[in-house]
Design a protein around this ligand. Sequence first.
Ligand code: SF4
Ligand code: SF4
Length: 293
Amino acid sequence: MSLTSDPAAWVRSVVEAFCEGAENALYPAGANGERAWAEPLVGFSGGADPLYEQYREYVGPFHWTPLDVFGLAFPEVDVRPEELTVICWILPQTADTKRDNRAQTVYPAERWARSRIFGEQVNNKLRAHVADALNEAGHEAVAPMLCPDWESRTSERFVYASTWSERHAAYASGLGTFGLCDGLITSLGKAMRVGSVVARIQIPPTPRPYADHRAYCLFFSKGICGKCIDRCPVGALSENGHDKVKCRAHLNPTTSEYVKANYGFDGYGCGLCQTAVPCESKIPTARDVEGHG
Ligand code: SF4
Ligand code: SF4
C-alpha cells in the first residue's frame, strides 16, 4: 500500500516491519535472536481531539497537546491541530516473558527486566524509525518521548507525571482503557509498553469502543476482580488505586539491586501486577476472574 492511498495501512506496515526485524531483540545483537516484543497493535487519534485539551486539565497544565509538541519540534511550520495525527502502538510482552513473570512473587523475571531496559531501547529505535520514515516521506513527525524538552513532572492527581503520557495518547487512539493499577488494558492485555509519534498527516482516528476511561477493568465495570492488588509484593495497590511512591521505591532500589546481582546488568522492573491477572493478555471478562483465584 502507498502512503497517499492508505496512510493508516502504510504506518501500520512501518511499525510491523520494524517489529519483524533484527532490531526487535531482547538480548544483545546476535546473542540468540529472541524478540523483545510480540506483534504490535497500532491506533490513531486526531490532533484536534478534545481529549488532549482535557489531559491538560486532568494530568496537569504542563501536559502537551499534539500541537504543542509538534510546535517544539517544528517551530517554523505553521500548522493547525486538525492537520496532525497521533500515531500510537502497543508492544505486547512475548509469551515467554509473560510466562516467566507469572511465576514471580517479589522480583521481576530476567526476561521482564530485559524488556524494561533493552525492550524500551527497541521502542526508542521504533519511535525514531517511524518519525524518520514519515519525515522522509514529506510528513513532518516527532516522537514526543525523544523530544529534548520531554520531562517528568509532579502532578497533584498523578504524583508522578510527564509532559507527554503515551498511555493517555493510546487511550485517545482507541487502544485501551485504564486498570486499577494504572496500566492500560488493551485488546492484547496490559502486559505491554506503548510508543507514539505526532505527525502532520491526515489519518482517520481509530474508533474508541468505550465510553469510560476504566471500561475494561473489572473492578470498575463490575465491582469484582482486584487480582492485581494481591500480586503487588509491597502493598502499592489497593481498592483506592496505585500508590506510585511505594511502587517506585520497590522498583528502585529493591529491584535494581536484584537485577544487577542476579541478571548482571543495570536495570529494574516489576510488572507483577501485569502478569498472572485476568487482564494480562486480553480484555477480561467476569469468567476470567475464576481462573485467577
Ligand atoms: S487485575 Fe482486575 S482489578 Fe486489576 S486492573 Fe486487571 S481487571 Fe482491573
Ligand atoms: S509494578 Fe510492582 S510494585 Fe508497582 S504496583 Fe505493580 S506489582 Fe506493585
